[in-house]
Write a protein that binds this ligand. Structure first.
Ligand SMILES: Cc1cc2nc3c(=O)[nH]c(=O)nc-3n(C[C@H](O)[C@H](O)[C@H](O)COP(=O)(O)OP(=O)(O)OC[C@H]3O[C@@H](n4cnc5c(N)ncnc54)[C@H](O)[C@@H]3O)c2cc1C
Length: 402
């Protein structure tokens, strides 16, 4: 049985609908905001007891998405971002340790601090709505067709259960138990360094004032950009390094060896200063379930599929999932099943597209790196076009389709 959700199209189109969200991170908070805006009654179940903002890594999003989130009230102007318009391609000059610039592309991004984004979204989820410190033990479908969320303090029934519980989602486990992450076979190291400890590195500081940078080396690449720090007006330099897993050395120490061997001296020094506690290492992998909604369940964010991070799209996808849910709920569907079907059509296709794009970018950026040192603007443009193979990516905004 599905519940009639009306055809009003306004903010009360879903009057009386109860939605339970599993997970209260970026996707969970964004989905809760979407469902509340559409008129539903929402409860978020987050297993973690503390604040999630210590995950202060950098992420980027398209400026157009940031503007849309501001205009529609998901985010406020108080959440700082660092907007930059240009991507600069770098490598180490042959035979030395200085920096060689290969090319510049127009590729605007809004750089964010993951923790500040989470805090901004969390601040828009009502206090009584967010239940934390209670892991969801299981989700199920009741005989009525409604969803059931079970936690240590009992069971609750909902018209829709949103699985926003990340990589190891119990909700996805219920919907698509056979889906397993496919390892890419390499690692991503990411970290942040306060800008004020980099004053003696004028090259990176000057370049990153108005741009973000991609540094190519044999067998991988690194990305550098400036993000807001935890205190208003403060700034961090965020980096991600992609490369093969080490043999012998621990992965944490290995990124310093990698940077020391392949980076221009100033950029290696940035990575060397990434302090313990401000670093993380992630095996790169991806997966995609066959369909991201199956009433009464619906998946969002990483629970709904993970792409290799070269697309810079995990949080972006979670936010777009939320905008899509709001549209689907407000869009005049006659039943929950119809609204979820619209969501699934749009978001499954986007997830598949991003997984394919991530694999292609990973292939070109890590698995089969070009001879960066031999490239200039024309070669970078041609290489970008070949890597995209006709696909869209905001990270290559200025690259034209073939
Ligand atoms: C190297 C790297 C670089 C990246 N760069 C970018 C970028 O530039 N741009 C971008 O958009 N994205 C980027 N991403 C991806 C982005 O960080 C993630 O996609 C995003 O944070 C996922 O958010 P989420 O809410 O879906 O999942 P998570 O943040 O993993 O949240 C899941 C939540 O569910 C909770 N939970 C789990 N199980 C349960 C349970 N049983 N009961 C209750 N709660 C539960 C967890 O505690 C957690 O709070 C990057 C990722 C990596 C690894």
């Amino acid at each position: 049985m599905t519940r009639d959700i009306g055809t009003g199209g306004g903010s009360v189109a879903v009057t009386g609908l109860r939605i339970g969200v599993v997970g209260g991170s970026i996707a969970g908070c964004a989905m809760a905001i979407a469902a509340t805006r559409a008129g539903a009654e929402v409860t978020v179940h987050e297993r973690s007891d503390g604040a999630l903002q210590e995950r202060g890594f950098g992420i980027v999003m398209p400026p157009s998405l940031h503007r849309e989130l501001l205009a529609s009230g998901y985010l406020g102007a108080d959440m700082e971002t660092v907007p930059v318009g240009t991507r600069v391609w770098l490598t180490r000059a042959p035979g030395g340790r200085s920096t060689r610039e290969l090319a510049r592309q127009r590729a605007p991004v809004a750089a964010c601090n993951w923790g500040l984004l989470w805090r901004a979204l969390r601040g828009r989820v009502g206090a009584g709505v967010y239940r934390r410190g209670l892991p969801v033990e299981s989700v199920a479908r009741a005989a009525s067709g409604r969803g059931v969320i079970r936690t240590g303090d009992g069971e609750r029934e909902y018209d829709i259960v949103v699985g926003a519980d990340g990589y190891g989602s119990v909700t996805r486990g219920r919907m698509a138990p056979d889906v397993r992450p496919l390892p890419a076979g390499y690692l991503a190291w990411r970290g942040t360094v306060p800008l004020d400890v980099l004053g003696d590195l004028p090259g990176p500081l000057e370049l990153l004032r108005g741009a973000w940078a991609t540094l190519g080396f044999p067998g991988g690449h690194a990305v550098f950009y400036v993000i807001p720090g935890p205190d208003p007006g403060s700034r961090l330099l965020a980096y991600v390094v992609y490369g093969a897993a080490p043999r012998g050395t621990g992965p944490d120490a290995y990124v310093h060896e990698l940077a020391g061997e392949h980076f221009p001296a100033e950029w290696a020094e940035v990575v060397a200063r990434g302090g313990a506690g401000a670093r993380g290492v992630h095996p790169v992998a991806d997966f995609m379930p066959p369909r991201v909604a199956e009433p009464p369940f619906l998946l969002a964010g990483d629970a709904a599929g993970v792409t290799r991070p070269h697309t810079a799209s995990g949080a972006v996808k979670a936010l777009q999932d939320a905008l899509c849910l709001e549209r689907a709920l407000r869009g005049g569907a006659a039943s929950v099943a119809e609204a979820l079907g619209r969501y699934a059509d749009e978001r499954t296709a986007e997830g598949i597209r991003l997984v394919e794009l991530g694999r292609r970018l990973g292939h070109h950026l890590v698995e089969r790196t070009p001879d960066w040192a031999a490239m200039g603007p024309a070669e970078v443009e041609a290489w970008s076009r070949a890597a995209l193979n006709g696909a869209r990516s905001y990270l290559y905004g200025g690259v034209h389709r073939p």
